[in-house]
Design a protein around this ligand. Sequence first.
Ligand SMILES: NC(=O)c1ccc[n+]([C@@H]2O[C@H](COP(=O)([O-])OP(=O)(O)OC[C@H]3O[C@@H](n4cnc5c(N)ncnc54)[C@H](OP(=O)(O)O)[C@@H]3O)[C@@H](O)[C@H]2O)c1
Length: 402
Amino acid sequence: MQTLHSNALSPEQLRWPEHMARALAIAGSVLTAAPNPRVGCVLVADLAGPNDEQIAEGWHKGAGLPHAEPEALAQMQGEAKGATAFVTLEPCCHTGRTGPCSTALIAAGIQQLVIASRDPNPKVSGGGIAELEAAGVAVFFLAEFEAEARALNRGFFSRMERGRPFVRCKLAMSLDGRTALANGESQWITGAAARADVQRLRAESDAIVTGIGTVLADNPALTVRPESLPLDENALALTQPSLAKQPLRVVLDSRGRLAPSAKVITEDGHCVVYSLATADTQLPTDAGSGFERRLFETLETKDAAAVTRVDLASVLDSLALQDQCNELLVEAGATLSTAFLEAGLVDELIVYIAPKLMGSDAQPLLTLQGLTQMSQLTEYKIKSSQQIGNDLRLVVDCTPRC
Ligand SMILES: NC(=O)c1ccc[n+]([C@@H]2O[C@H](COP(=O)([O-])OP(=O)(O)OC[C@H]3O[C@@H](n4cnc5c(N)ncnc54)[C@H](OP(=O)(O)O)[C@@H]3O)[C@@H](O)[C@H]2O)c1
């Protein structure tokens, strides 16, 4: 495989970045393809000629549906011989619910393949490239697009490389950094546009994690309501298959306080409840397919009062392994959000700031303790800031800075 850089392309390769950018854009139209990655493919014929004609494009719309490459090839009706394929991720070479894409590309007579990232899945991991090269296909890696291609599938890369999902933690706060009134009331701090934006975050997530504190205070459904998504009709139609299933709802409830009547259990979709093995739960064991109880022996005994709680790292391991979760959204109160942050398990904080003042009796954003010197503070990096309706959204990168 030859690595190419955009500033050193031959004349016939000059439009390759444009085709790869298109492949990435169509892959990104899918909210989630979990447990699979989002992948886009653009087929181009007559690359060296004057027309440089794009002939087909396809993207993976969801698990069990055709992959991006066969989706694009299907439009060619056997006429893809000699074409160049631009694919955002190395083609797979194993049979899952669909056949190997490497075989489909070879059979179609593709002459060149250009990729933006290697597949970290151990079942592929260079195997797709090797198969195509062995069949005489010239394979190129367009290096400048790797970061974007990895970001598109950060959850998939995280699960494959770290064995845990990519974790985003969403918080909504007032201008004075408060998240709920002293009596627990918090609906609604932000306006309708910000809440629609949260719907999009949920729709992109494979699981939504909350704490029993939030369930007891608010009884949230934590579902995706497609009609509330900030998408126009076209975009909604494009991403329809990824909305077929509600994200998994996950409640961390060490002592088994969750009631069977809670909306996280009764609403459409599946709910997993993590409790300690010693918990005396109200949940019946034969609740059918609506929920599943996972009991943990592992305890987290960090704080001074030796509170024993479900271990967060083990929860993430379990969600990656048992549920193949790529992207996870924490929508919890200050207690659980702080615990995730302190454990270093948050990859990205998404904070909505409403221009309201809730006063010092209201509950704080987080409950971090023991910070007495400025040198102890962690400085994070702001990835983006955007006004949404009358609120502000900050996206903060929580990966440790060296
Ligand atoms: N503004 C916002 O964005 C936002 C979002 C959500 C909620 N809220 C508000 O937050 C308030 C609830 O906050 P909260 O802090 O009480 O609830 P929370 O953070 O949602 O849940 C906390 C509970 O989670 C359980 N838990 C299980 N494992 C844990 C672990 N390893 N570490 C920490 N906790 C663990 C603990 O109960 P056990 O020990 O019994 O397991 C703990 O008390 C409500 O008023 C709600 O409206 C605001």
